[in-house]
Design a protein around this ligand. Sequence first.
Ligand SMILES: C[S@@+](CC[C@H](N)C(=O)[O-])C[C@H]1O[C@@H](n2cnc3c(N)ncnc32)[C@H](O)[C@@H]1O
Length: 354
Amino acid sequence: MNNPRRKIKSRVFEAEVIPGLESFAIDELHDRFGAEASKVRRVRAGFIRFRFSEPAQLLLALRSVIAVYQVHHFVIPRPKALLGHEHFARLTKILNETAQSFAEPPRTFGIGAAGARTSVMRRLHQALLDKLNLAPAEDGKGELFVRLQPKREAQGWELLIRISQRPLSARAYRVVNMPGSLNATAAYAMTQLESLDNGATVVNLCSGASTILIEQALVQPQHQLIAIDCSETALSAGARNASASGIGHRILHIQADAGQSPLPSHSADRLYADLPFGHHVGSHETNRRLYPAILEEAERLARSRAPFIILTHEVKLLRRCLQQSSWAISSEIRINLRGLHPRVFVLRRNSTRI
Ligand SMILES: C[S@@+](CC[C@H](N)C(=O)[O-])C[C@H]1O[C@@H](n2cnc3c(N)ncnc32)[C@H](O)[C@@H]1O
């Protein structure tokens, strides 16, 4: 009988992550897999490589990564050689094996490569579409997706095949997509910044579709979670997503202005806010009123040692508002979210001002 956890030869994988959040993926690999994930290292912004000696399916549980790819090395001078019989046969075998590991047969196929529009790449793509009987991916990636790149510091090319049908960051619980919803891997990282005692009360101001609290609930089940947003549409999206994730009963959704919540003073052990930053949601003008009001309300809600974890792109505005508040920056991380560079701030009460 096949034992899924039987020892297998270690292979090389690459995890794609949000640039700036690489350390969260490295920590998660170590925490989940210990020595089974070895030589874990950041190879460039947004990419982690490691060797893994367990079945690849176990990597699908990672919450901090956008996608995982298995790396295959082809000793060829240029991609045109992949059209030759021997390499093409190996390539289709790799693709077929990965497709068979999916829950459903893939329908679409994409190749990502620097020269994806060259005639050789187009020929290769078409030859593989024909061989696998798949449709071209409209978004360029599709359900079966590979990347091709020259191998660094050695001869040949690398084929990186995504081991899942959809990116891992596209959580199954996200049944309602709101404009401005946070990438779930970034939300997961926010939940990992500080440790939290069991039974703690966690409040998410401007909770939107509740991504942060759902990620919190899925990794640490014992907290009391409260989502506050002024929008009925956002709250209903949050409630539906939470219910799809199986933890719907754990989040209390309250419709209120985040600057004037109905919660008692000094009741929160941790606060979160993925603040509107005027691209998808809100405007700079409304933020100039909202940010000071939220800092003040968070100050009222926070127990003395509670951190306030914020994500925003309005960095100058936040820094200005902080000067008038009792919060001070304890740490900050600059990330790259689809070309925007918001920051995650951990704020703490400045004891001299309390
Ligand atoms: C960037 S979105 C949050 C996205 C959320 N993290 C998610 O993953 O879906 C900001 C949210 O702030 C809410 N918001 C804006 N002004 C608010 C206010 N004064 N009080 C409460 N919520 C507010 C918006 O309705 C929106 O849902």
